[in-house]
Ligand binder design. Sequence first.
Ligand SMILES: *[C@@H]1O[C@H](CO)[C@@H](O)[C@H](O)[C@H]1NC(C)=O
Ligand SMILES: *[C@@H]1O[C@H](CO)[C@@H](O)[C@H](O)[C@H]1NC(C)=O
Ligand SMILES: *[C@@H]1O[C@H](CO)[C@@H](O)[C@H](O)[C@H]1NC(C)=O
Ligand SMILES: *[C@@H]1O[C@H](CO)[C@@H](O)[C@H](O)[C@H]1NC(C)=O
Ligand SMILES: CC(=O)N[C@H]1CO[C@H](CO)[C@@H](O)[C@@H]1O
Length: 906
Amino acid sequence: MQCVTSLLLCLLACASMATSDEFIRFDVTEERAIGTEIGNLVESAGLDKIYSSDDLKQLRFSVLEQVPSGDLLAVDYDTGRLTVAKTMDRDVLCAGQSTCVVKLVLQVQPIEHVRILQIAVTIIDVNDNAPVFAADTKTLSLLETSPLGVVLSLPRANDPDSPKFSVQRYELIGGADTFELKTEGTDDIQLLLKTTLDYENRDSYSITLVAYDGGSPPKSGHLQIDVLVLDANDNKPRFESGSYEITVDENLPLETTIIRVTASDVDTGVNGEVIYGFSEETADVFGELFTIDTGTGDVVVIGNIDYEQQKSCVLTVTARNKDPKSLVVTTKVTVNIHDLNDNSPFIKVNTLPSSGQLEVLEGTSIGTYVVYLTVRDQDSGANGNFTCSLNSNHFAIKQLHKTGFKIETAAELDREEMSKHDITVVCIDSGATPRSSSKTLLIHVIDKNDNAPKFTQATYVTSVLENNAPGAFIIQVTAHDADANKNGEVSYSVKDEVGNRINIDATSGNITAVSALDYEQSHTIEFNVIATDHGEPSLTNIAKVIITIIDVDDEKPVFSKTHYEFPLYENVALGAEVGTVSAVDADSSLFNNFFFSIRPDMNAGNSFGIDPDNGKIFTTKQMDRETKAVYNFVVLATSSGLRAVSTNVSVSVLLSDRNDNEPIIDYPNAIYNNTVYVSPKFPVGHMIYHVMAHDDDIGLNARLNFKITSGNHGNIFQIGRSSGVLTVAAVLDELDHEKFQLVISVSDGGTPRLATECNVNIIVNDSVVYGPLSNTREISNQNLTIVVCIAAITAVLTAILLAAILIIVRRHGGRNWNDKYKCHTQVNDRKALTGGTSSIDGAAYLNGTSQYNKCDAPDSNDSYGSEQPFSMHSRENPIDCSSLQVSYVSFIYTRCTDLTCYMYNI
Ligand SMILES: *[C@@H]1O[C@H](CO)[C@@H](O)[C@H](O)[C@H]1NC(C)=O
Ligand SMILES: *[C@@H]1O[C@H](CO)[C@@H](O)[C@H](O)[C@H]1NC(C)=O
Ligand SMILES: *[C@@H]1O[C@H](CO)[C@@H](O)[C@H](O)[C@H]1NC(C)=O
Ligand SMILES: *[C@@H]1O[C@H](CO)[C@@H](O)[C@H](O)[C@H]1NC(C)=O
Ligand SMILES: CC(=O)N[C@H]1CO[C@H](CO)[C@@H](O)[C@@H]1O
């Protein structure tokens, strides 16, 4: 918008330049008081229509030239008010001229609005002068014999007012019957003789010449003329010619004779001698330039004849006889002065007082005004005609009027290309031998913000190590602006987006990191830097900066999980894959290598291996769940970069069961007799034997299934499928002394099933006791003897067996049950066992399940048949054994420590 208006203003300014031959005209009457306002240039030049009020306030007016010089008028620098600066007397200023004009050439500033105004102020005359004669009286003489029609020259009256108010007419008062006034215009005033004169009759006349000017009412001047009538007694001298005309060069050397006038007198002797002279008026006006030799009539130059001051002189030469009373004759010598080319054109540069130097704004359109020159050549004609030229393609000179020239731009100027122009103006006149002069001007081109800052590179690429110190220097960007001063000063900035990471110094363009850069966060930072100059409006430019962040080995490998758990079947082949751990090192490829390893570990680590590259874990041993079900170890990922840092992660391998153990029959077994004596009185459902077995596997693989596979003739017995409890299935009455050899198979639930067999012999014997517990005490005495015997035998046997067991256990490392049976030895109550064989104390078969929960301490007081309550404990769920029917004894407890029972089966 601003650009458009300035363009418009320029167009208007240029237009006004083009028509600058036109004058802004004002009138003012002469003799006005100093300070009288003549006009206002802002309005008169129409500037108020071109500029906004803001621009108008900036306008400054300077006078470049004033003709005539003398600072008659003043223009206010700020307001453009044109006022009278000196009291002007038009009649002095423009003596004899019909119009009187003071011309001013003004320059309007500032440089953006620069223009020239030409002003013509016409000084209007007032009739303030009356006609005046050079002298108050004049004496003329005339021979009495003068013929009628003789004329006498009369002096003119002078009125310095303008022609309008100057002398208009003359009038004669007195002597009207003898003389008559003869005027040709107002220049040549003559007194014409109308009647004959007679010296003897009247020897003088007194006449008054009155001059009137053009005023209303007219002003007048008076001249007293005394005409003396001379007695005629001799001849007067006579000029050879009534008038002479010569042309001489100006600047003639002094004492040059330019003409000789000759008058002759027919008289002889003294009366024939002629004396030459100038008339009074001529002596008055030209006495300093010419003189006349009174004897020879040679007109001699005694002053500087200057065409420029006087183009021609009309000399009135007188001739008379020596006799003072003799008649005076006159002739006219017209000296035309020939102009010589004696003046060179004079060039005056009208620089402004304020700036003192010539300036032009760069980029302004062709034809922009730069400076006003006044050129004068005092010579006239061709000698005073001159042409001016200048030696530059960037500027042109144009004549505004005869003496006024302006220099304007002829090309668009670029300060950045050339900030100063040295131009020479040459003015040469058209004389035969031309004279010239020259003037050298230095024109400064004022900067305009027409160049945007320019970066030295379109893209700046650099790199920086990550983890730099905050404020670390990264790169310096530089932009140059060809403009000057503020227009060429550059500030740097970056967009806010990167402001939190990148800082740029506004003056130096130094880019620094706000804080430590992290390669792992981003590998590069790309952003634009902006260079802005300080012009108004400012110009900007953009460059790209790419900062590559160079990785430093600052990262550790990181596992994908905090803990790994892998399931694995037991018994898998060596080298079987267990699972894979994975980790990532965020460093770049140079630093992100790492390898896996297993931390050496007494318990578990040596059972597994790991592929150092891909983290695949495999087995290095065959594993038996029944030996160890869970393996915990630590896998390390160790960086192989410059810094060997490692990360660890815990790994658990959980072994899953395979059916690799067949059921083991705990009772009966090879050592213990598997023969049972059964009373034929035993009712159906009576428990007679408990086959006990276990399987080291778990789950289905350990779920036991009991079955009688042979020897059960007549299906006399049956066995609990899952309990292994052998009960009477049919009435035994008839079967005394019968012996059954049962083969019992125990199988597990795995796939395929594994099975074990054992034999149980059942002998039906009438002598086996059968009765309720309460009857136990009433064992007959004879029977008691037997019982004691049996007990004694059994005790001895037991002792032997215990020793054997201990030896076996020691030798084979024993089967440690403590994992399964950790129980308290709380031997509070005991219960006598009924219907048992040779066992003393022991665990009990509980309610059809095959858990072995009893923990008891051996007691020497325990004996066969003793009846004492006891309780049973399970680690998981304590059971109150007193509520249970204890029917069969399977084990002997050999040793109990405070908390742990070690159980051995016999
Ligand atoms: C002076 O120059 C003007 C314009 O160039 C021309 O009109 C005029 O005739 C010239 N005068 C003489 C005496 O050469
Ligand atoms: C800008 O960086 C340059 C090069 O490192 C240095 O010489 C100059 O002192 C820095 N200027 C500033 C203002 O930090
Ligand atoms: C892993 O290493 C850290 C530090 O080195 C240690 O504190 C931690 O106990 C280790 N963890 C394992 C499972 O070894
Ligand atoms: C049955 O038991 C008694 C006493 O224990 C014994 O004397 C007898 O011989 C047994 N009978 C058979 C057939 O074994
Ligand atoms: C030592 C012992 O009592 N052995 C007996 C085990 O049972 C069988 C019957 O199956 C008898 O024959 C043995 O004498």
